[in-house]
Design a protein around this ligand. Sequence first.
Ligand code: CA2
Length: 149
Amino acid sequence: MTTVYILNGPNLNLLGLREPEIYGHDTLSSIEIACRTKAKTLGLEVVFKQTNVEGELVNFIHEAREKAKGLIINAGAYTHTSVALHDAIKAVGLPAIEVHLSNVYAREAFRHHSYISPVARGVICGFGPQSYELALDALSAILKKKEKA
Ligand code: CA2
């Protein structure tokens, strides 16, 4: 089965527990379950990870190069700061989809710049937990196209 990595950055472990007015009531565990359910319908196997540590995200991206055909990443606040994540995604060469729960463009100006976007195949933001499911659809379509080529 085709494996995809879904990576989550800092503070996303607090989802559903704090600031529900911004990030909603769903927990990261419930998002993981929804991703696994969606992935099954697409014939994809999911490796789902969260870390608060930037270097661990870099290591997960490197691991994905060996073990997966693509990745979905919500890098949290590192989206707006991390050249290391930009370089890692570029280096592994896997198709990557950037996701965000919130519409970062409707928020503070410092969230409008992303170091991930230039090395991502696309960006999905603002749809809450559904952003992840939309990203799985997009990644599945990219991988199916690749298989045919
Ligand atoms: O909207 C998103 O998915 C973000 O990646 C979430 C990040 C934020 O820094 C990005 O600009 C947009 C923050 C995740 C923090 O999640 C929390 C959840 C509950 C309570 C506090 C933070």
